[in-house]
Design a protein around this ligand. Structure first.
Ligand SMILES: *Cc1c(COP(=O)(O)O)cnc(C)c1O
Length: 370
């Protein structure tokens, strides 16, 4: 699905040198590269504060802690996402309120959010799934009207642009009160281990986030908040500083591969290519087709026989996961998620797909439908 080897080979001399210099400095935790990377990412995103942490799941948890959400507060999020989004809510004793995505964009539906708002609602967590932003202008309007916090889970959308109706842009993750991301190796901006970050334009939230991610520590051994230990290590920061310089190129390469797939599949009646919304660029963390008429499993097996990997993101909606059985009483309320989970299939997508591979993949997909 992802080829990180060729990508590494192309930048290996820079990366090896950067890692080597961290090894020689022995500043493995809180070395200078961590702040330098935060500054670089801050400039790239056009946001006031970037605070790095250990991974994208921690980033979500720290965000909710920093906003002061309390036991049983309700947090609205999408039923069609990676488990981490809901996990962070549940771990803090908050109540996840799952709502449906839009069938076309895969992203949380603003209308569904409005219907789910009640007296206990405190926050909304939109997820920019597969690399395309949720409808943030609408979501921020709803949040302002009901006095809710918005945490953008931008783990799959580092570098995507959101376009407002007045044609101004903001980067994914910099629109809500807090944005979170992950630098897991296969993400669009990935390191060589675990990593994550939070973004905010609010000075006091930034202060709180920095404190919470470091044991709630204000000055050394003076603890103002109950915190966690969640840091980006120096080696990962050094790698990320290099990879950030290539992020735009990486996202363009993904778009070129997506266009190739689109052209090949657009005439096939059993396939729906990924729809693009007019308010966001797409950075194709995943290239996700809908395979209609019950043919997905047979296609997946056929591709396996041709040694073509494909993945189902996500096979089981959150409301049907064992651990979240306590949310299951609204089973009948999620027809769109159920449908998406039965139709989606993601094809190989990374920065190094060449013409020959793309031709092999598309030819075989089309052969299956002949
Ligand atoms: C990857 C991912 C996360 C979690 O990131 P980790 O760094 O693996 O903890 C959270 N949300 C979404 C949508 C993701 O894709």
């Amino acid at each position: 699905m992802v080829d990180l080897k060729i990508q590494y080979d192309k930048i290996s001399s820079q990366v090896d040198e950067a890692i080597g210099s961290v090894l020689k400095s022995t500043a493995f935790i809180k070395g200078p590269e961590v702040r330098l990377f935060e500054d670089d990412l801050q400039k790239y995103l056009g946001v006031k504060h970037v605070i790095s942490c250990a991974n994208g799941t921690d980033a979500l948890q720290i965000a909710m802690m920093a906003l002061g959400l309390k036991q049983a507060d309700e947090v609205i999020t999408t039923d069609f996402t990676f488990i981490a989004t809901v996990e962070a809510i549940a771990l803090l004793g908050l109540k996840p309120v799952l709502v449906e995505p839009e069938e076309a964009s895969f992203n949380i539906s603003p209308e569904a959010i409005i219907k789910a708002i009640g007296p206990g609602t405190k926050a909304i967590v939109p997820v920019h799934l597969f690399g395309q932003c949720a409808d943030m202008e609408e979501i921020m309007k709803i949040a302002a009207k009901h006095n809710l916090f918005v945490i953008e889970d931008a783990a799959q959308a580092t570098g995507a642009d959101y376009t407002y109706k007045n044609r101004t842009f903001k980067k994914a993750g910099t629109i809500g009160h807090i944005g979170t991301t992950s630098f897991f190796p296969s993400k669009n901006l990935g390191c060589y281990g675990d990593g994550g970050a939070l973004y905010t334009n609010d000075d006091s939230l930034a202060y709180k986030i920095r404190s919470i991610s470091n044991h709630g520590m204000k000055a050394r051994y003076y603890h103002d908040d109950i915190g966690v230990n969640s840091r980006l290590d120096t080696i990962q920061a050094a790698v990320l500083r290099i990879k950030l310089k290539y992020l735009e190129d990486y996202n363009s390469a993904r778009n070129a591969a997506a266009r190739f797939y689109d052209e090949a599949f657009s005439g096939c009646p059993d396939i729906r290519i990924p729809e693009r919304v007019n308010y966001s660029s797409h950075i194709f963390h995943q290239y996700t087709l809908k395979i209609l008429n019950g043919k997905r499993q047979a296609l997946k097996e056929y591709l396996e026989s041709k040694k073509i990997p494909s993945m189902i993101y996500y096979p089981v909606p959150i409301h049907l996961q064992e651990a979240y059985a306590f949310l299951r009483n609204r089973r009948k309320d999620f027809p769109i998620t159920d449908k998406l989970c039965s139709e989606v299939l993601s094809l190989p997508m990374h920065t190094e797909l060449d013409q020959e591979q793309l031709e092999y993949i598309t030819t075989n997909v089309l052969k299956f439908f002949e």
